[in-house]
Design a protein around this ligand. Sequence first.
Ligand SMILES: [Zn+2]
Length: 333
Amino acid sequence: MRRFLLGIAIVLVFFGALGAPSFVSQLSVAEAALQPRDPFIAQLIEHVQEAQLREHICQLQSAEGGEACNAQGSRWSCDSAAIDRAVEYTRQYFEKLGLSTKLDPYSLACRTGVSHNVEAILPGTDPGSSEIILITAHLDSVAQGVRSSRVAPGADDNASGSAGVLEAARVLSQYKFKRSIYFVLFTGEEQGLVGSRFYAARLKREGANILGVFNMDMIGYDSDDKAVFEIQAPDEDSYQLAQLLMTTTHHYGLALEPEVPDQAPPWSDHASFARQGYPAVLLIEDTELGETQDFNPYYHTTADTLEAINLSYAKRIVQALVGTVAQLAEPVQ
Ligand SMILES: [Zn+2]
């Protein structure tokens, strides 16, 4: 460890003498996990609000024209009107936050017209760094199978994770960071990770320098109040992101029990990035993979509604995520 630090010091002196770019001072993922508790991060994560998560889940699960929060809506990717309404809601929200926002087009076999992912960027302040961090979730939903999903509220799967991305964007956009943070909502996930596969392949082609992807999928069900949440990491590099999440949970006293299962099946959008060789983790409630089990019985049914969501639990997961990404992006204080 000492030799490693000495190595960094030499590099700093060397580049310093050349009037070098400041990116040399940026932390690696492993170094970030060794940092002590930071009062600035502790204060930043206090801005995550349950009420904001609740409002987004209400909006996303509801059908237009009905009572507020009616759980009669759908975000089925094969139904253009349904999914496009959700895409528009999130696009407008990102724009309101002042983020550079765009729709990312791709084609999905089951729908007519073009499908879209939604991307919003909080640009980093350090011109010497091209490294980016992604916070992602899938916006689409299904119920009663994939053939017809006229009603598919998908509050937990995955309005919860989408709400987490929107809330992370609201909180983080109030600060400045050295590294850029991308907030991305995918569609076509339930049809085989289609939106994220297109997106990750494009970033790879463009030579994007992705430091880590943090994907949330189902972060709102905790019926036993044990607060277990899983961090699924497909490979060694991804495991470093998982370690940083665990350190953050511990340092900031978040009442959560993070668990890293041995297996990381390719069942959500992080897998599209892992396939391209990028470090990527999935944050998810307690599934059948780890030692304990508390899987949502309403998964992919019309009963997956806000009523069964534990908002306090979802909030703590979003806090762990926001604190982790803030550390890694390096706040400019
Ligand atoms: Zn899902």
